[in-house]
Design a protein around this ligand. Structure first.
Ligand code: URA
Length: 243
């Protein structure tokens, strides 16, 4: 990129939300910024924010200003699509941003919890493609008491109609009387997978919520709530799928 073309790197970083221009200059001066894989020390460096691949401390910074990334807490009873021909409530009922967004994967209508929304096709594709094995964590309510070896059985794996399935992690999250809340993490996304897995070991799910998708946590977002992901979170998402 020639002297007068493109945008100064510190401006691009500041506009991407990394911090003040001065702070971004410091990051550049400290050698913490790379453009297209090369370390940049010069403040005046100009880049094309639509094409440059910029990392700060090894984490990708999204510089295409038209890209949008949101987390929504889908309430139970809402379909995981942006519209519904049968007139049921869909994600679009909760999204008040003008951009056209896509949902990254789906949850059962009966499941509540975290769904990512974006217009970044490549990221969305990778996050849902089985080969990237992105981890998802759920809270499932089941009826106890549960045997001591349940976690071990789930991690060892079971055979479902469409092949083997297993949990990567399992723990008891909370227990009130016979109502047991378990946290279960998997890296696959077959339909009804958590419900089928727990049913197979004798504990049909009463209620289900997704609380994490890769590095993104639902946190305090209430059902029906939506929030923009932070620059840091978008960088983590990229990292999780090798972008
Ligand atoms: N597993 C399920 O059973 N349902 C979901 O909605 C997501 C994962």
């Amino acid at each position: 990129m020639s002297e007068n073309e493109g945008v100064r790197l510190q401006k691009v970083l500041a506009e991407a939300g990394i911090g003040s221009r001065r702070h971004c200059e410091e990051l550049i001066g400290e050698g913490r910024v790379t453009v297209d894989g090369k370390k940049v020390f010069r403040f005046g460096e100009r880049v094309d924010p639509r094409h440059a691949v910029i990392h700060v401390d090894g984490k990708r910074v999204e510089t295409r200003s038209e890209m949008r990334y949101y987390a929504i807490n889908k309430p139970r009873g809402v379909v995981s699509t942006m519209s519904d021909e049968r007139g049921r409530k869909s994600l679009a009922d909760y999204v008040e941003v003008p951009e056209r967004l896509f949902h990254v994967g789906r949850l059962d209508t009966d499941t509540e919890g975290l769904i990512l929304l974006t217009n970044d096709g490549e990221l969305s594709h990778r996050l849902t493609h089985p080969s990237y094995g992105v981890f998802k964590t759920y809270l499932a309510e089941i009826h106890g008491p549960i045997p001591r070896d349940l976690g071990r059985r789930l991690r060892a794996g079971v055979t479902l109609d469409d092949g083997p399935a297993k949990a990567d992690k399992f723990r008891i999250f909370d227990q009130v009387g016979r109502r047991v809340l378990v946290e279960i993490t998997l890296h696959e996304g077959r339909k009804h997978i958590v419900r089928r897995l727990l049913k197979e070991v004798g504990f049909p799910v009463q209620q289900l919520a997704r609380i994490e998708f890769g590095p993104i946590k639902l946190g305090q977002l209430q059902p029906g709530g939506i929030r923009a992901l932070t620059v840091h979170e978008v960088g983590e998402l990229y990292k999780s799928v090798g972008l």
